[in-house]
Structures are given as C-alpha cells and as structure tokens.
Design a protein around this ligand. Structure first.
Ligand code: CP
Length: 304
C-alpha cells in the first residue's frame, strides 16, 4: 500500500488478500468483536466529512480507538469554514497542528490535490462523489471471502443506481484486481447509462434474469442526493421492477449471497424481509468495516 489510500489503482491481488488477512486477525477468539491493540498511541487521525456518513466515519473512529490512536472528529458546521476559511487552509491547519492522517469524504474530487500539496499528512478517501470509495470495496471483498473460496469463479450481479454510486466504481476496480467470472448490471436505464454498454460486464434489464445465475448480488440505493433530474419512473414502478425481495430471490441459488453497502432504504431497493435471511450479508459488511479499517490504518501507519 502507498502513503495514502485514494483509490485501488496500483494495488495487487496480494495487497488485497494481505489486508483481508490482517483485518480478520484483529477479530477476537469468538469472532464477534475486535481486539484492542495499543499499536499507534502517538498517531492522531482526523475525520473531515463534507457529506453525511454513519458506517464509514464511525467505523474509522472505532478502528482508530482500537489501535490506540487519537481520533479527532472534525465538525465542519462548527468550524472556521463557516467564517469563510477554505478547504485547503483548513486541511493545512490540521497538518500544522500535528494531525497524522485525514479521513476525507467530499462530493468533489479534491482529495488528490490535497494529498499532493500536504504530503507530510496521510489521506484516506472515505468517499469521493460518485468516483471512489476504496475502503468499502475492500470490506465487500473481505465479506465475500467469508462465504466464497475463489473470486475468479464468481458470477456477480449489481442492481440499482449504478451511475451515481462510488461504491460500484471502487468495487469494479477491486474485483478486476482479484478476478471474477462474470458481471451483470441491472437497473433502470436512466440510472445505468454508463453500464448499458460497458466492457466489464453485460447490462440485463430484467431483474429475474439478472439474479438467477448470480453467486453474489450487490444492491444499491438510489442516490437521490446526486440526481440532477427527476426519475422517469414512479417509486411504485421502481419497486415493482427492481426491488429485491423474497419473491425475486426465488430464482437464485441457495448459495447466493446478498450485499448492500448501506445505508439501505428498506422498502425501495430491498424489502425488509430479506435482511434476516442467512444469505444476506449486510450486517457482516458493517461488522467487517471496523476490521478492514483497522487493517488499512495499520498498513498506512507502517508506510508513514
Ligand atoms: N457505505 C457507506 O459509505 O455508508 P455511510 O455513508 O453510512 O458511511
């Protein structure tokens, strides 16, 4: 791993498998919690989230605490950004005060220039518009690995608002590194324009056909915050055609596993009834978020 985690470009299969192994090694004996290891008591980690987050921000905070690092929860609403200070000057102030690593979520692709300019501080990309969310992709591979032996044999179906999803961008980057058998994209064409004719996989408009052969299904929410115009399909028609529920899952194999990066809008892309199925790994993804983020922080601090 390099000095920062901005995307997965340049990562190898071995890098990813090592991160998964390290993340799992932090699980305690009964595998239901993570060990506390005082590995980095001198490190200061600050969050900078310009967009809302529950999983990413809290799991990085818990991961940093588990590793003995200090976590500084920077609150933009109470900061001098409200008095006109720029993003760049704010990040520089963080660096000058001794922050070692900044976890940044922003709707624009600002992180690359910041990481170049303030190179004595490390950066983790915690969500860059619809472009990248690399730690989520690593969590998803870690969670797949718990149920499936070999990535290269997997038939993967991704359903929902693909165009606005940073999760799917990073997932596709990751899965091309570790290998896969096939990828099927499914969703309303207004939300899948970049995937109607995409070299990585095939677009399938019918949900049932898209689900029937899948080993791994990833559902995505409609990213209303990034839609520039109103959808040409009503909410009830969307649910009718694209919701994953007990009925639509009847065509799938018993070994299929179902993912969603969260937050889930239950009742839209997933029916609540699927959440408790053995095949549904959404809760595992959330739990694995802490371990993978412990692994990412450990690797990055080892590069510092
Ligand atoms: N998956 C994900 O990024 O969730 P949050 O927006 O809650 O961090």
């Amino acid at each position: 791993m390099s000095h920062n985690l901005l995307n997965l470009t340049g990562s190898t299969e071995q890098d990813i498998l090592e991160l998964i192994e390290l993340a799992n090694s932090f699980k305690s004996g009964d595998l239901n919690e993570y060990r506390h290891e005082n590995l980095f008591p001198d490190k200061k980690v600050a969050s900078f989230f310009s967009e809302p987050s529950t999983r990413t921000k809290l799991s990085f905070e818990i991961a940093a605490c588990n590793l003995g690092a200090k976590f500084l929860d920077f609150n933009i609403e109470n900061s001098s950004i409200q008095k006109g200070e720029t993003l760049e000057d704010t990040i520089e102030a963080m660096m000058l005060m001794g922050v070692d690593l900044c976890i940044l979520r922003h709707p624009e692709s600002v992180i690359h220039d910041l990481a170049k300019k303030f190179s004595s501080m490390q950066f983790i990309n915690a969500g860059e518009g619809s472009v990248a969310h690399p730690s989520q992709a690593l969590i998803d591979l870690m969670t797949i690995r718990e149920s499936k032996e070999a990535f290269k044999d997997l038939k993967i179906t991704i359903v929902g608002d693909l165009d606005h999803s940073r999760v799917v961008s990073s997932f596709l980057e990751a899965i091309q590194i570790v290998g896969f058998k096939s990828i099927t994209f499914c969703g309303h064409p207004d939300l899948c324009k970049s995937y109607l004719d995409n070299p990585i996989g095939n677009f399938e408009p019918e949900l049932e056909t898209a689900l029937q052969d899948a080993d791994v299904i990833m559902a995505l929410r409609i990213q209303n915050e990034r839609l520039s115009e109103k959808l040409s399909i009503s909410a009830s028609d969307y649910v009718e055609r694209y919701q994953i529920n007990i009925n639509s899952l009847q065509v799938t194999s018993p070994e299929m596993i179902l993912f969603h990066p969260g937050p889930v809008n239950f009742g839209i892309e997933l029916h609540k009834e699927v959440a408790e199925l053995e095949n549904c790994k959404v809760k595992n993804q959330i739990f694995n978020g802490v371990g993978m983020r412990m692994a990412i922080l450990t690797k990055l601090f080892s590069q510092a």
